[in-house]
Design a protein around this ligand. Sequence first.
Ligand code: 13P
Length: 272
Amino acid sequence: MPRKPIIAGNWKMNCTQPEAIQLIRELLPLVSSDDLSDRVEMVVAPPFTALAAARQELAASTISLAAQDVFWKQSGAYTGQISPAMLVDAGVRYCIVGHSESRGRFGVPEPDFDETVLRHFGDSDETVRRKVSVLFQFGLTPICCVGETLAERKAGRTDATVIGQTERALQGLTAEQVATLVMAYEPVWAIGTGEVCDAPEADRVCGLIRATVERLYGRTAAERVRIQYGGSVKPSNAVELLAKENIDGALVGGASLKATDFAQIISAAPHR
Ligand code: 13P
């Protein structure tokens, strides 16, 4: 069965409620054809504070709502956190977890650490695993991010990093759950830098994630799991990336904040 491409816009820490409403109102007329929604699944991930406004604007559309993170407890004394039950209540269907901007490497020196690339919100492979698992308990679908830093790539550790992060994030899931989730390969050095991972290499690493899923969860899960590429996806490179066999969509940051760019990226999804 062919995999339906999924294009998600990760707005990160952008958009007040009026800005979110405006962005969605600009986007909707550009992506509302039946042909497009048959061919590609569309998702936007506003910040928590704009979820309610976005939900209202999207009510009559085929675009799904995603959150950018979740905590793994249902409720309690966890100041600043958002529970999976709250995301269900907010009308969310997908949730990004393990984004490199949310992961941290406390105690591990990072030669390429850059203050402008915030990677210190403390997610570890273990917290990512808990978040993935709790999302399934609440009927939400994770968009689980993995990817190597520049230092890891330079040290020849790309494959080991991506395979290890994938194995640990999915630990304890059933093959059926893995089949329905979304993985996102986001090389850290390509995020927000304008530097895109070239399409053959992005395809190769996405293939590696699929092979890891096959080894651990079997052929059917590997054939069904959707794997996005993320990192400086733009209208100019989307067609080539999305045409690749192992790339089933894109997780788009900066370009998702411009309705025309995001619509062009969505339109670049192939017929499958
Ligand atoms: P950019 O598209 O801005 O590089 O961001 C990618 C990303 O991190 C999406 O989650």
